[in-house]
Design a protein around this ligand. Sequence first.
Ligand SMILES: C[S@@+](CC[C@H](N)C(=O)[O-])C[C@H]1O[C@@H](n2cnc3c(N)ncnc32)[C@H](O)[C@@H]1O
Length: 205
Amino acid sequence: MNDVNKSEFWDELYQSKSAAWDLKTPTPAFIDLLSCEYFADRRRMLVVGCGYGYDAVEAAKKGFDVTALDFSETAIDFARELTQKEKVNVNFLVEDLFNLSDKYSNAFEIIFDYVTYCAIDPKRRKEYSEKISELLVPDGIFAIILFPIEKRTGGPPFAVDVDEATELFSEKLELLLSTDKINSIKPRKGRELLQIYRKPDGKKS
Ligand SMILES: C[S@@+](CC[C@H](N)C(=O)[O-])C[C@H]1O[C@@H](n2cnc3c(N)ncnc32)[C@H](O)[C@@H]1O
């Protein structure tokens, strides 16, 4: 099984304890984001490609109303246990992001992505950016830490090109912030960038 579009591919990695991307702790830059101005007054959050759920649980601890989505059953089982240990509520969706029903359109005030964009088949990046926009409420915020910013072929993780990503997400969203001044773990320093987008609400500002 080597098709990143299939849940089995990811599930096998989790089952064989090969989740090399996993930090075993919330993403440091995400902890900072939870108290940033862009998240203030917004509560309904989707953590997309949540993996073992450390970020989702951290957000729930800080009072966000969190939905965590991943199509790997194994990852979600772990994440569910983590919510029990940490005594927080997270709503889990074990679904393929691309097949989410219309019920979730305009549903989230914040969407967070860390190392999910680079896990998606590069041929589906446009579809991914459109899905993110569809899931956000007007005036909703999309926060993504782009990683790994490098030039090479193959994956996952598939190399991320900042210009390509910015162009794709900017088709439907407005870029508010793009910065590498974030709390990156040492091996990822210099290869990641935080971007914050807002879905236009149609009102004049
Ligand atoms: C590289 S992992 C990152 C996990 C987590 N964000 C982290 O930082 O540890 C990518 C995750 O995205 C999930 N994923 C990939 N494609 C998906 C899709 N189409 N629908 C739902 N989840 C998906 C995988 O199962 C995997 O858990």
